[in-house]
Design a protein around this ligand. Structure first.
Ligand code: F6P
Length: 422
């Protein structure tokens, strides 16, 4: 998977250790003679290059954060600025405000000049000092603005939708012969970006979710037949719910978008819940927001500004159906509902994510300085990689229900009722 380069890299790098441009990492590292043959995908290894396309003294960079919040956004912004300024010597770095809107001079605010002093302590806070928004931008207007402001490289921090936007900006600049390095840094608490084994913010979200589950378990355990439903983010993939189930060990039912389930009947969720409550007198249900959509009216569809299908509220749906079912069954119970959705993604990054953010950011700068464009920094087998944006946009990343990892989630929850691939 070769990466587009803007031209010959002639400038000497100020660094002393380099990664060869020929180095590759195998996407699929498992060799199993009994398994069907897998595609031999080789990805470029990220890291500093000996020769640079851009002369740091004459180069100007831009940063933009898009989509939902995620722990670590400020860490990424800070490490980008410090790497550009201190390691490569750039003196002009602009932060575009309010996501892609900020690239449109008619809709956006004036960008913020970013300096080491400005970013000094931002990593200690959640959110993004550049704010964020959802929704596309007129790429022609945006590229006009980037050219007018003499921006040579743009770091795009966002999920798969945002990276698709980055691809459009890179294509537009290319069609105009403007040497713009567009480098993406994958961001989502959902951890559902392909070619990225772990997105920053995911583990911090799992950490926060685990605290909520501990409280939910205390609530459920402190009353007779206590039932607590916790709804957690995860629109198309249930990685947060799966991770929090294993991390907390206090969840009894984990419901994810990848596994459709039956509500009623002897093999259904409600019957399994009843059995649990009768036997153990308490239950904690962790449901990802994208789960159970098949149980609700799927005709009326709503989309957010980025074109993402909005999930129907499975948390409220489950709460109401559990309430009706236990009343109908004549079993005394106490039901609570907790929705910490936006809380888990607006916290500062934990230590592991802070480290990950720094690596993603510094590798993004290395790629841009070398004149690489139209890529996202990936992570495979703990090796940072260069992934062409088109490739990233061509796949989905979801839980593999046939994997030992998912079996581990079911075992941790002690979950045993009919569910099948959605
Ligand atoms: O960024 C991903 C995410 O947090 C999803 O988990 C969630 O479905 C979505 O964003 C929520 O979007 P919004 O910020 O538009 O409410």
């Amino acid at each position: 998977m070769n990466i587009t380069v803007l031209g010959e890299a002639r400038h000497a790098s100020p660094l002393s250790c380099f990664v060869s441009d020929k180095a590759r990492v195998l996407f699929n590292a498992i060799v199993d003679p009994d398994a069907p043959p897998t595609e031999e995908l080789l990805l470029e290894v990220a890291g500093p290059r000996e020769k640079l396309f851009f002369d740091p003294k004459k180069t100007r960079a831009g940063i933009v954060t898009c989509g939902g919040l995620c722990p670590g956004l400020n860490n990424v912004i800070r490490s980008l600025v410090l790497q550009l300024h201190h390691v490569y010597g750039l003196r002009e770095i602009l932060g575009f405000v309010n996501g892609y809107q900020g690239l449109d001079p008619w809709r956006g605010e004036e960008p913020i000049p970013l300096t080491p002093a400005f970013v000094e302590n931002i990593h200690k806070e959640g959110g993004s000092v550049l704010n964020t928004s959802r929704g596309p931008v007129d790429v022609s207007v945006a590229v006009d603005n980037l050219i007018r402001r003499k921006i040579d490289m743009l770091f795009v921090v966002g999920g798969d939708g945002t990276q698709r936007g980055g691809a459009a900006l890179f294509q537009e600049a290319k069609s105009r012969g403007h040497a713009l390095a567009v480098v993406g840094i994958p961001k989502t608490i959902d951890n559902d970006v392909p070619f990225v084994s772990r997105t920053f913010g995911y583990l911090s979200a799992v950490e926060e979710a685990t605290k909520v589950i501990t409280c939910a378990h205390t609530e459920a355990h402190s009353v007779h037949n206590g039932i607590v439903v916790v709804k957690i983010m995860g629109r198309n993939a249930g990685f947060i719910a799966a991770g929090a189930t294993i991390a907390s060990q206090d969840v009894n039912f984990t419901l994810v978008p990848e596994a459709a389930f039956v509500l009623d009947g002897e093999n259904g969720f409600l019957a399994a819940l009843k059995k649990r409550v009768v036997e153990r007198a308490h239950a904690v249900i962790l449901v990802a927001e994208g789960a159970g959509q098949h149980l609700m009216d799927t005709h009326e569809k709503q989309f957010d500004a980025s074109g993402n299908l909005k999930s129907k509220d499975i948390g409220i749906f489950l709460r109401d159906h559990i309430d009706a079912y236990f009343k109908q069954e004549g079993i005394p119970f106490t039901l609570r509902y907790i929705d910490p959705s936006y809380i888990v993604r607006s916290v500062p990054a934990g230590a592991e994510d802070a480290i990950l953010c720094d690596f993603f950011a510094r590798n993004a700068v290395h790629a841009a300085m070398a004149g690489k464009t139209g890529l996202v920094i990936g992570l495979q087998h703990d090796v940072f990689t260069h992934v062409p944006i088109e490739l990233l946009a061509s796949r989905k990343k979801q839980l593999d229900l046939s994997s030992p990892a998912w079996q581990g989630v079911l075992a941790a929850a002690g979950q045993d009722f009919a569910h099948f691939p959605a």
